[in-house]
Design a protein around this ligand. Structure first.
Ligand code: CDP
Length: 805
């Protein structure tokens, strides 16, 4: 029997960094005690609902409210005319454009908000919506971004038709939003001209949607007595929403309280501002009552922020031995009716310039053209950091295309071109400084783990059997090595609507040695209450179980830019460590005073300060906390608390090696993921169990995107995928089984060495699944086929390759 608590016991007792501490959130969630927006019920609360356009492009000739106002329970019907005197009929977007709140003379996409009906209950509001009569005049529709740039294309944005300059330089067509160029065009073209081999391909990453289980919604409550507006909502960035509401409504910012309660998944969909928020605030101000708006599934899929829709034309140059000498990419980005992309201001195509990936490419050039079409606006990073998944898909497909051209094994081609460990920090040709990485180690570990050579031998045997008529199934081996860029970001080059992208944490230690920490971020399922307490536990030696974490209330949390793009750990996680270190510095002074030695004569030991050379003389953090409130310590203020606003010096660059083995039935197009191996390196690992959960979830979203999920439009601009019958959301039945693994390459600039992880599995898995499909058909000449790889499309590939006999 042990008679003394060892230092290891004391470490374990903290449940700090590195421990697979169980999620503290789940007690509430599994017992029905979650508190989502739709759970908020206030006295006299009214309900809002939208009249939406059935047309993708039409003039709105009239809106007749009469019959709707006669519906029992309907109190008001708002149109653009009603919002205009308040200056609220249009709102700014995150991308420097403006967007109609309610249709102002015309509509630009199917499902656009035309009128807002306010009623005493949800049913009356829906009846009111049915009774509003809108007269439309149809206009020609353009859903193809290439056609949108043709000289005779219909003018979509009549409100800005005479502009010659956009937010990012000159525009050359009414439907052209911007051109964004990065890298060295001349040097890249020279590399292409001189190369032994050039592979060229159009890589399309289709339009999809984050589709969180909880749709978007809010409750606006204006207290006419105090003049205070409280806004509960599904906000991934509550402070930014408060600032935006203040700027566009004129309500002083201290009179606005924004609260993000529990959020049922965000994945980027809940970053932007929607018409529902503005209309609910107006309706509450007008009626003096709280107003709730919660969209339904179809509304979510038709009108809120979509993702991707990038046409990426690539050229990659190499020597005949396979050394890449240059990369060229021109992207046509379909932004829909308004430019409402959620990217930092200086990056209209997000971090698409990470498209050189994990490879040491001496010269590169990227140009992106943003284009208006008659589709829903948005362009968010669906579980990816600002267009990184598009970039990763592009380069990981181009590597495969080059491997075909060189008749080379794609694993070997990657190996030849990886940035070497000794090249970090690495300056990429498109402007990034990668902080740390060890790609070769990760790659070899992954190839060994799956038994790569044996798999290739099995695949070759299967091919022979197929050709001999013994089987109708092929094997595809999907390879991916991705480099992520997360943690936006340094304030000097990352802002959203002018707000610098720092983040924050405030920690208060109570006298009895427990604590509360508040952050500028907001969890949407990532488990922040569990993991950020672990950072504090390790830094200041109080058990994670004694630390409460609060996020999402702008009246109490320090200002922060919110949670998306895996920025919470790189930015707010760093702020948390820095705030904890301020506390520890003060605790050191208190401990020294109590132990009657000089500050420099005590040293930190897991959960206490001890006298150097006399470890039996110590004060635990719990004792120090009490003393901070109980003793008058000369030269020190009472109390023990600290706040940190952290401006990261750089992004973090997590990476990963993924390998998928897929069985493909050429006659039915059916696929079966036989195995999926995911090695992630996110630097220091705070909670391995939560990291695993993040990878399972992200890879499943990646599976959905690669294998079936799509927001599709017909040529009239009708959204063909606005229900879960048509929009693929995998259930447990379709979800593959994952094997996770890791290496640890800490970030050199992050206080605890951590990089983000939440987005990595989506960034890495989409090309991995897609490469598996392509790889199966490579022996028959398939070079490139657009996602999603649903059964029909795969069947078509097999048919077009003549495999159906
Ligand atoms: O910004 P977001 O929370 O979506 O993404 P993240 O920073 O990648 O973190 C997702 C979850 O994984 C959080 O609970 C993190 O604390 C946890 N995590 C971790 O345990 N270790 C890391 N190195 C990175 C994230």
């Amino acid at each position: 029997m042990k008679d003394e608590i060892t230092p290891e016991d004391r470490v374990a007792n903290l449940k700090g960094m590195g421990s697979s501490r169980k999620r503290v959130e789940d007690v509430r969630f599994t017992q029905g005690k979650g508190n989502y927006v739709d759970d908020i019920k206030l006295d006299g609360m009214l309900f809002g609902d939208f009249v939406r356009s059935p047309y993708a492009h039409a003039r709105v000739k009239s809106v007749n409210k009469e019959a709707a106002l006669a519906v029992p329970g309907v109190l008001a019907v708002l149109t653009a005319e009603d919002l205009e005197p308040l200056g609220l009929h249009w709102m700014p977007t995150l991308a420097g454009d403006k967007q109609m709140v309610l249709a102002d003379g015309k509509v630009l996409f199917q499902g656009q908000e035309v009128a807002y009906v306010v009623a005493t209950d949800r049913y009356a509001a829906a009846d009111g919506v049915e009774a509003v009569v809108v007269e439309y005049e149809e206009l020609p529709v353009v859903v193809d971004p290439f056609k949108a740039l043709e000289p005779d294309a219909p003018i979509l944005r009549e409100d800005i038709k005479d502009r010659t300059e956009g937010a990012h330089g000159p525009v050359r067509h009414n439907n052209h939003i911007f051109t964004w160029e990065q890298g060295d065009k001349d040097a890249t073209e020279a590399a292409l001209a001189e190369a032994d081999v050039v592979a060229e391909e159009m890589i399309y990453y289709h339009r999809t949607h984050p589709c969180p289980l909880e749709t978007c919604g809010c409750v606006a409550s204006m207290d006419k007595v105090t003049g205070k507006l409280t806004l509960w909502g599904t906000f991934q960035a509550p402070h930014a929403i408060r600032t935006v509401v203040s700027l566009i409504s004129g309500i002083a910012e201290h009179n606005i309280r924004v609260i993000s309660p529990d959020i049922g998944g965000g994945f980027g969909n809940k970053v932007g501002a929607y018409a529902g928020y503005v209309c609910s605030v107006v309706a509450s101000i007008v009626t003096g009552k709280p107003v709730k708006w919660v969209e339904d599934r179809m509304e979510n899929l038709m009108s809120t922020a979509f993702a991707r829709d990038y046409w990426m034309k690539g050229r990659i140059a190499a020597t005949k031995e396979g050394k890449i000498t240059g990369l060229w990419c021109h992207t046509t980005a379909d932004h829909g009716g308004f430019d409402a992309c959620a990217d930092p201001t200086k990056f209209p195509a997000g971090f698409m310039n990470i498209c050189t990936g994990s490879y040491d490419i001496p010269t590169a050039y990227l140009a992106v053209d943003g284009v208006y079409t008659n589709k829903a606006p948005g362009g968010v990073a669906y579980r990816c950091s600002f267009r990184v998944t598009e970039a990763a898909y592009f380069i990981e497909r181009m590597i495969e295309v080059l491997a075909i051209k060189l008749n080379m094994d794609a694993a070997e081609l990657r190996r030849i071109n990886f940035i070497r460990k000794d090249q970090f920090p690495y300056q990429s040709a498109l402007g990034w400084e990668y902080d740390s990485g060890d790609y070769h180690t990760a790659w070899e570990k992954a190839l060994d783990a799956v038994g790569y050579d044996a798999l290739r031998a099995e695949q070759a045997q299967r091919l022979e059997d197929f050709k001999a008529g013994k089987t109708r199934k092929l094997i595809g081996i999907g390879l991916t090595h991705f480099t992520e860029i997360v943690g936006a970001g340094p304030v000097k080059n990352c802002d959203i609507l002018g707000l610098g992208m720092f983040d924050s944490c405030e920690i208060r230690i109570h006298p009895t040695g427990s604590a509360i920490a508040r952050l500028g971020t907001i969890s949407q399922g990532q488990g922040h209450a569990t993991t950020f307490a672990q950072i504090i536990a390790s830094e200041i030696g109080l058990p994670a179980d004694d630390i409460t974490l609060e996020e999402g209330d702008t009246d109490t949390a320090p200002y922060g830019l919110g949670t998306y793009g895996s920025r919470s750990t790189p930015v707010a996680g760093a702020a948390t460590a820095m705030a904890a270190r301020k506390i520890r510095a003060k605790a050191q002074m208190i401990a020294a005073y109590l132990l009657e030695v000089h500050d420099d004569d005590v040293e930190w030991d897991v959960d206490r300060f001890a006298v150097k050379g006399a470890p039996e003389r110590f004060k635990t953090m719990k004792e120090i906390a009490f003393a901070a409130y109980n003793q008058a310590i000369p030269g020190l203020e009472p109390g023990l608390e600290a706040v940190s606003y952290y401006d990261p010096p750089n992004m973090t660059y997590p990476f990963g090696a993924y390998i998928c083995v897929m069985e493909i039935d050429v006659d039915t197009g059916e696929t079966e993921v036989r195995s999926f191996y995911a090695l992630d390196d996110c630097g220091t690992r705070i909670n391995p169990m939560i990291i695993d959960g993040q990878i399972h979830g992200g890879a499943t979203e990646g599976y959905a995107i690669a294998m079936g999920q799509e927001i599709a439009y017909d040529e009239m601009g009708n959204n063909k995928s606005a229900t879960l019958m048509d929009f693929f959301l995998p259930t447990a039945w379709e979800t593959p089984t994952y094997t996770t693994d890791f290496t640890v390459t800490p970030s050199p600039h992050h206080p605890i060495g951590a990089k983000g992880v939440g987005e990595s599995p989506n960034v890495g898995s989409v090309p991995c699944f897609s490469n598996a499909v392509h790889d199966a058909f490579r022996p028959f000449g398939l070079v490139q086929s657009h996602m999603p790889h649903d059964h029909w499309r795969i069947w078509k590939i097999a048919r077009d390759l003549g495999l159906h006999g």
